[in-house]
Design a protein around this ligand. Structure first.
Ligand SMILES: NC(=O)c1ccc[n+]([C@@H]2O[C@H](COP(=O)([O-])OP(=O)(O)OC[C@H]3O[C@@H](n4cnc5c(N)ncnc54)[C@H](OP(=O)(O)O)[C@@H]3O)[C@@H](O)[C@H]2O)c1
Length: 298
């Protein structure tokens, strides 16, 4: 059977890694993007139902991974209607079209559906998002799971990997603090995160898709996160060690960041449902950050 993946958000931080992984494994990938079109990507505005329907019915995928979203919490807060249209409205449309074609959808979600107060969070724990981004992603999950029992949701933590600009990832942007050694820098030592390399998530998506096509029941909610827990300050110290960079200009801010969108404290996810399926891949933070950022160090 030909393996055909329809991938939204294929120009994004995660989508690029997912597209590469599936293409390397011999899948035919129809990657969609909005602004960052390239010879391997197709322009499909997910808010344009007719364009989505046309591209799906002509490509005839046997699996869909939905990565596209507005995923910067501050941008969601700044334009809630636009974010709702993409994160909820376009998701509903996509999963309804997929259901008509009997194609399973893997919806990429976030640890931000939880409030961060009682980790580790299990797949059946009740979500309670503390910001609008988390709320909208949760509504996207609900639409995905209510529309078809074929579908799955993969909740993931903060991501890093090869970036087009340092600000593309909440992890890689910290290198800017480190490199700006002439200025004293305060970095949050408060919220705890378990960053994942995008290649690890791409591998997990690949394993979930492969098992689905082999007939396994990969349905409902799954969790993944990195094994190592850091505050942003600890990530900066780790980067300083990996690249042998000075860090005496960096100080730890112990209190929650003020004046920004509220974020959950510790969103550690319980990965046992994927562990039981022997699905997973952990790149160590030191190795992952070295490969992601070595090109940015002069
Ligand atoms: N990044 C993280 O740390 C993180 C953490 C947890 C969960 N997630 C989830 O992981 C998924 C992937 O995130 P990411 O970091 O890869 O996102 P990203 O880098 O911001 O990429 C977003 C993607 O969505 C596309 N897009 C935006 N509006 C669109 C529209 N109207 N029609 C079609 N495509 C549109 C963008 O296309 P163009 O750029 O070409 O316009 C881009 O490919 C998201 O669902 C996110 O919620 C991310």
């Amino acid at each position: 059977m030909e393996r055909k993946l329809y991938l939204t958000g294929a120009s994004g931080l995660l989508g690029r890694a997912v597209r590469t992984k599936f293409a390397e494994e011999g899948w035919t990938v129809y990657g969609t993007a909005l602004n960052r079109i390239s010879p391997v990507l197709h322009r499909v505005d997910l808010n344009d139902n007719i364009a989505v329907e046309k591209s799906l019915s002509s490509f005839k995928p046997n699996y869909i991974i939905h990565c596209a979203a507005e995923r910067f919490p501050d941008r969601v807060q700044a334009d809630p209607n636009k974010a709702e249209q993409l994160n909820v409205g376009a998701t509903k449309n996509l999963v309804e079209l997929a259901d008509k074609l009997s194609v399973p959808v893997l919806y990429i979600s976030t640890d931000y559906v939880f409030n961060g107060k009682s980790p580790p969070f299990k797949v059946n724990d009740i979500p309670s998002p503390v910001n609008l981004y988390g709320e909208l992603k949760l509504r996207g999950e609900e639409a995905t799971l209510e529309t078809s029992s074929r579908n799955a949701v993969l909740r993931i933590p903060v991501l890093y990997g090869p970036v087009e600009k340092l600000s593309e990832s909440a992890v890689t942007v910290l290198l800017e603090n480190l490199l700006n050694a002439s200025q004293p820098q305060e970095v949050s030592n408060y919220e705890k995160r378990r960053p994942s390399h995008v290649n690890d998530i791409a591998e997990i998506c690949f394993q979930m898709a492969s098992k689905t096509l082999q007939g396994s029941n990969i349905q409902g909610i799954y969790h993944w996160c990195g094994k190592e827990k850091f505050t942003k300050y600890e990530m900066v110290l780790k980067m300083a060690g990996v690249f042998e960079l000075p860090h005496s200009h960096i100080t730890a801010a112990a209190d929650p960041p003020q004046g920004t969108t509220t974020r959950p404290y510790d969103t550690t996810l319980d990965t046992s449902r994927l562990d039981a399926l022997h699905i997973g891949q952990h790149t160590s933070f030191a190795d992952g950050i070295h490969s992601a950022l070595k090109g940015w160090i002069k």
